[in-house]
Design a protein around this ligand. Structure first.
Ligand code: ZN
Length: 203
């Protein structure tokens, strides 16, 4: 399986990183070796002490597809999740400045936390899904999917113009504002509406 990540999908987050608003979604890939094993802590990697959390709504693809029109996209998923796209921010900024690919900052082992999956029918509307991340009991990121520049179905359609989507692929739909650093002993808990999707310790 592969993980497809969307960058810059919330206007407020684009502003906080002083990025330009893109014309099209920004895409990058993470290999399956980035997946953090269930119920394991996240270990800060040896090459960076500036790791940021990015909480994101996830979609799990369950049908093979290519060139999917947005109005057919709902047929390609039935589950929604929440995860963290851990990012080595200083490394990413250095790579960005040099115009180099981001993999060392984004695709290191353990950098993809994938929480529990929920049937999409559980939620009233996927276009107004609220979600949040708590760090040590304090909410640090909180928004709703209303503020996505590109909605889930548009993202599936866009990604499938470039990459064949396969069963089990996961799309990370981008992070809202509020990203920040983690430190050893931090405890991160993510919620979609009022349902807990994950809980992870930083080591
Ligand atoms: Zn991200």
């Amino acid at each position: 399986m592969k993980i497809i990540c969307i960058g810059r999908n919330y206007a407020a987050h684009i502003k906080e990183l002083e990025n330009e608003k893109p014309e099209n979604p920004v895409l990058f890939l993470k290999p399956d070796t980035t997946i953090l094993q269930k119920n394991q802590p996240f270990f800060i990697p040896h090459f960076s002490n500036d790791i940021h959390y990015e909480v994101e709504i996830l979609v799990r693809i369950e049908k093979l597809g290519k060139h999917i029109a947005p109005h057919f996209a709902p047929k390609y998923y039935s589950q929604i999740g929440l995860g963290i796209d851990f990012t080595a921010r200083t490394v990413q900024n250095e790579l960005k400045q040099k115009g180099l690919p981001w993999e060392k900052a984004k695709a290191f082992d353990g950098s993809s936390l994938i929480g529990d999956w929920f049937d999409k029918e559980t939620f009233k509307s996927l276009d107004e899904l609220s979600f949040r991340l708590d760090k040590n009991g304090i909410t640090v990121q909180e928004t709703t999917t209303e503020y996505m520049l590109w909605k889930i179905d548009e993202l599936i359609s866009y990604c499938s113009q470039y990459f064949t989507l396969k069963i089990g692929d996961v799309i990370f739909t981008g992070t809202p504002a509020g990203v920040g650093p983690v430190a050893i002993e931090d405890h991160l808990v993510g919620f979609i509406e009022n349902k807990q999707a994950f809980s992870v310790k930083i080591k």
